[in-house]
Design a protein around this ligand. Structure first.
Ligand code: P5A
Length: 449
């Protein structure tokens, strides 16, 4: 993309209404614009990041054997009355009346609708296990929408639903989700710690939240510092292996890590003092096992091998897709702006032309642009007539992980500069080597897809 043709509405001033850094940076870098309280438009650069996050989620869900689908945002109140949640959900649920005076709702979650689809089509234990998911907008009329996309009213969520014949199978689905979520967050450059949590209005016995540590997080968390040493890395996971998923799950959940809702002072104090940590965290996902709560209420049964009818065991699993954009920025920024992890960056590399209109500089930038694009990369070329300082400030603010700087002085020696946004380290190399280096940096991600 050429910046002169792009829509990147950068704000010079820090918006007064934004209280936390990610919200400020999202507004300043032209990622979002508030439409009304807790409701945002996603401008082109923000939308690119959102799509990158979605792509990672889809890839990891499909790898775990789950099927993508899509359900409507507006639903009839009838199913919610059947489950008992129409009244129970309270003021957070946006209730709408259509022209025929029928009660409708804007979906805050979709357990009811998916259970209705399930009971209409699945009648035999032979069709189990089954896990489907969607990435769809949700609405919760939060009392205090705040911190930008972190606590929105309209927000984008991955919501998955699993159906199993037995509790044992359902627990495998739970563990499989826990493991696949760890990989999903790691690919976004985040460490999200699974913590035992409270189930709230979703219900259920077993639930873990995934928290990214950040000072601005809304939850208070208590954990054993040893947990932050754990990573999945490039461990090969066989998602159909009950034993392997359980072992990884146990490894990541055996150390103490809880939110304030489930915190147990006595257990916490049993951790060696030097490893006890109290911090704040952003909840970027939550998984639930709730047994037959919804299948009993909505009569979702299958025929078992002995011919009897059994209510299915269910779980649901959520990732806060739009919230993740804010969470990633909270965890990756400095005083100049955002520092995108490579997995979610809106553009792979920025090209800064220090002297627009200089023949050699223009020609080198054009060639770089062509060659990077030829490698399947997505560069952002600042071809505007701004001063060098302003161009650097823009690149630093929008946070592309790599920048190639081209100027007449360097070109006299046959070199351009390649700079890492994160470390600030800058190397001089030929433009061909710069292209090869950037292509190499992104190669492993290309292969994962
Ligand atoms: C799981 C999927 C559920 O709704 N039902 C379907 C279950 N879980 S949850 O924990 O309530 O939400 C899942 C994730 O969505 C994000 N989230 C939000 N993001 C932005 N603004 C909000 N108001 C908001 N509410 C929830 C969180 O990341 C949460 O973990």
């Amino acid at each position: 993309m050429r910046l002169s043709r792009y829509f990147l509405p950068i704000l010079k001033e820090t918006p007064a209404e934004a209280q936390i850094i990610s919200h400020r940076l999202m507004l300043r870098a032209g990622l979002i614009k508030q439409a009304s309280a807790g409701i945002y438009s996603w401008l082109p650069t923000g939308f690119k990041v959102l799509r990158k996050i979605e792509d990672i989620i889809h890839a990891e869900q499909i790898r775990a054997g789950h099927h993508p689908m899509l359900m409507p945002t507006i639903q009839s109140a009838d199913l919610w009355r059947e489950s008992g949640r129409y009244d129970a959900y309270g003021a957070e649920m946006l209730r709408i009346r259509d022209r025929h005076d029928r009660d409708m709702i804007y979906t805050p979650t979709a357990e009811e609708l998916i259970t209705d689809i399930f009971r209409s089509h699945v009648t035999s234990y032979r069709d189990l296990p089954l896990t489907v998911y969607q990435i769809q907008w949700k609405f919760r009329d939060e009392m205090r929408p705040r911190f930008g996309v972190m606590r929105g009213r309209e927000f984008y969520m991955k919501d998955g639903y699993s159906f199993d014949l037995t509790r044992e199978d359902a627990l495998h689905a739970y563990n499989r989700h826990l493991v696949s979520y760890l990989r999903t967050y790691e690919r976004m450059g985040l460490q999200a710690i699974p913590m035992r949590a409270d189930s709230g209005p979703i219900g259920g016995d077993d639930t873990h939240e995934f928290l990214v540590l950040a000072d601005t997080g809304e939850s208070e968390v208590f954990y054993d510092s040893a947990i932050t040493d754990l990573t999945l890395g490039d461990r090969d996971i066989n998602y159909s292996s009950t034993g392997q998923c359980r072992r990884v799950m146990e490894q990541f959940t055996s150390l103490y890590a809880r939110t304030d809702e489930t915190h147990d002072e006595a257990l916490f104090n049993a951790i060696p003092e030097e490893r006890r940590r109290t911090a704040r965290g952003i909840e970027v996902g939550q998984i639930f096992y709730f047994g037959t709560q919804y299948s009993d209420a909505l009569s979702a049964k299958v025929q078992t091998s002995d011919g009897s009818q059994a209510a299915v065991h269910m779980g649901s699993h959520g990732i806060g897709v739009s919230r993740l954009v804010g969470a990633i920025i909270e965890a990756n920024h400095d005083d100049k702006g955002i520092i995108w992890p490579e997995g979610v960056t809106p553009f792979h590399v920025g090209i800064v032309n220090l002297k627009q209109g200089n023949g050699a500089a223009d020609a080198t930038c054009e060639a770089l642009y062509r060659q990077l694009t030829g490698h399947g990369l997505d560069p952002l070329y600042d071809d505007t007539n701004e001063q060098a300082g302003a161009k650097f400030a823009t690149m630093d603010l929008i946070g592309l992980p790599w920048r190639i700087t081209v100027g007449p002085r360097g070109l006299k020696n046959g070199v351009v500069e390649l700079t890492s946004r994160r470390s600030g380290v800058c190397v001089e190399l030929t433009s061909a080597d710069a292209v090869a280096r950037v292509a190499e940096i992104y190669a492993p991600q290309g292969m994962e897809k």
